[in-house]
Each structure stands twice: as structure tokens, then as C-alpha cells.
Design a protein around this ligand. Sequence first.
Ligand SMILES: NC(=O)c1ccc[n+]([C@@H]2O[C@H](COP(=O)([O-])OP(=O)(O)OC[C@H]3O[C@@H](n4cnc5c(N)ncnc54)[C@H](OP(=O)(O)O)[C@@H]3O)[C@@H](O)[C@H]2O)c1
Length: 314
Amino acid sequence: MRAISQDTYGGPEVLKLIDTARPEPLPTEVLVRVEAAGVNPVDAKTRAGQGVAGLLGEPPFILGWDVSGVVKAVGHGVHTLAVGDEVYGMPWFPRAASAYAEYVTAPSRHFARKPANLDHIQAAAVPLAGLTAYQILTALADVQKDQRVLIHAAAGGVGHLAVQIAKALGAYVVGTASAGKHEWLRGLGVDAVIDYHSQELAEATGDLDVVVDLVGTEATLTQSVAVTRPGGLVVAVPSGSPQAVVDRAAESGVRVASYLVEPDGHALGEITELIESGAVRIEVEEVFPLAEAGAAHRRLEDGRTRGKLVLAVR
Ligand SMILES: NC(=O)c1ccc[n+]([C@@H]2O[C@H](COP(=O)([O-])OP(=O)(O)OC[C@H]3O[C@@H](n4cnc5c(N)ncnc54)[C@H](OP(=O)(O)O)[C@@H]3O)[C@@H](O)[C@H]2O)c1
């Protein structure tokens, strides 16, 4: 099968197309023919030797976690999926899933049924970003109706899904984004948008119950704590909180949490329902052929993506 591999850590240029053996499913696993693979910041960070690179061992390895495709074989013990099923998922994270390839094998319960109203390109954009938004807003923050939720980087892959999932939970949702993305975010249901280039967060909002900080710098985390009510929660998504932020939060009675996304076929099934009901839409900004994974990483590393980037594998 064709796959994208790297022999060394480095820039996007280390990603290269190779031929390699197709994997075989073990008991409880499925073999999925990958139609499309989503691209996430953790892919680029790991390619460069950061992200979850320390967990994958030294290169060569095949990057990628988000897949949408068709079940081609099932191992002994698989009860919930059958050959021919269209599925999507973020298997194995933070171990390697090797999703930048024509086939992957993974535990069947790391997948869910692909939303019927999405094609494979759209579906491949959902799992990692969607699970991040869903797990944070439900299990971690337990967002309730009428609570006030702020999403930093609301226009990105995680952010645009978090805005819509928070709205589906009944929250009042504030987002930060550049002015050019405000109208689009209003179309996704955001209640208020803050241009982080020209507006001070503390002047634009306050008394928040939950902040999902997808920028995660000391500056944004400090501002996030300042606009959160005592007892409220700030989630530092990219890489946790520096001690100065933890101390500031403790002084004002604000809780801070770090977070790491987990494979979860059950939660993904709930995301499928949100998508099929029309409550959540996925935005794919650009599609690249598998062989151009390096170009997709360059685009991702610009940091300006509206929604998601996807690799078309077939
Ligand atoms: N811990 C975990 O399990 C986990 C899971 C998923 C993602 N993450 C991390 O969360 C971060 C976001 O992921 P993502 O996939 O959503 O990234 P992304 O799609 O690449 O985010 C791009 C968006 O970020 C916005 N942005 C950049 N700087 C900003 C700022 N200072 N304030 C507000 N918006 C800003 C950009 O909008 P503008 O053009 O308007 O600036 C752009 O729309 C990444 O660091 C990722 O690694 C962590």
C-alpha cells in the first residue's frame, strides 16, 4: 500500500511517499481502507519531534490519526462492525495509528459509523477535533444550559466544532477570532465574537463558567483566568498551564485543567448524531492528495486554517 513516512524528524519536506506492507487485523480489530485522512496540529508537531513524538519511538514512522473509510476485514471477536461498513475514527492515539496510508488496523471500538450526510473527506476532518471539543465540553467541563462558555481560536479545527457543540448543549458561546472570520462564526451559531487583534478580552467579556483555551499561551491563559467566575473552569488544551497561571487561578478560585484527547467510539457515535441532526457542521478548508502531505503541513503551520485540512487518500 501507499503511505507517507519519514526517516527523520524535521520540516514538512521529511514527509515522503513510500510503498509498504498492508497491515493485518488482530482479534477485536478491523482493517479499514482509508478514503481520507484528517490533518491535525499534533501531526505536524510530532513530525518535527514534539507532540507525541516521544511516545512513537524514533522514525521511520507513519503519521496520522484521523481516518474515514470502509471496513475491509474484521478480526475474531468484532461484533459491532462488518465488512462494507463506512466508519470514521481517531484510533490508537497517542500510540501510532499510521493513518496517512491506504489501510489501517485498529480496535473496532475506536471507530463509529460515518455520518450519513458526510462524504469521506468531510468525515475524516471530524474525529480528533470533534472528540476534543466533545470530551472537554461534556465529561470534563459538564457544560449546562445557559452557562457562559468562551472558545479561544473559535475558527480552527477544534474551535468551530466546540462552538457548535456548546450551542447544542444550550450554552451562551463567545469565540475569539480574526475579524474576517466573524460572519462565518455567527453562521455557526456563536453568540458573540471577539477580535483578539483589536479587543481586550477583559473589556469584551467576563463572568464565564468555562473557557476552552485552544491557544494556550501564558498570555491567553492569564486573560482566560481573569474573565472566569470563581468556581469556573479554564481548560488549557495545547500543553497545560505554567505555574504562574495555576497560582493566579488559585488566588481567584478558578479551576484550571489540562487535557489529552482519547479514542472513544461511543462519544464519536454521539457526534455522528449531532452531525446527522444538523446541529454540527464540519468545515473543510482545503483537500490535498496523500502525496502532498508536506504541503498540507505547511498550510497547517500557517496557523490560519478556517476549519480543517484533509488528505484524499484514494
Ligand atoms: N490536548 C489535546 O488533546 C488537543 C487536541 C486537539 C488539539 N489540541 C491543540 O489545540 C490547538 C488548536 O488545535 P486546532 O486543530 O483547532 O488548530 P487549528 O485548526 O490549526 O487552529 C487554527 C485557528 O487558530 C486561530 N488562532 C491562531 N492564533 C489565535 C489567537 N491568538 N487567538 C484566537 N485564535 C487564534 C486561527 O484564527 P485566526 O486566523 O483568526 O487567527 C485559525 O482559525 C493546537 O495547539 C492543537 O495541537 C490539543
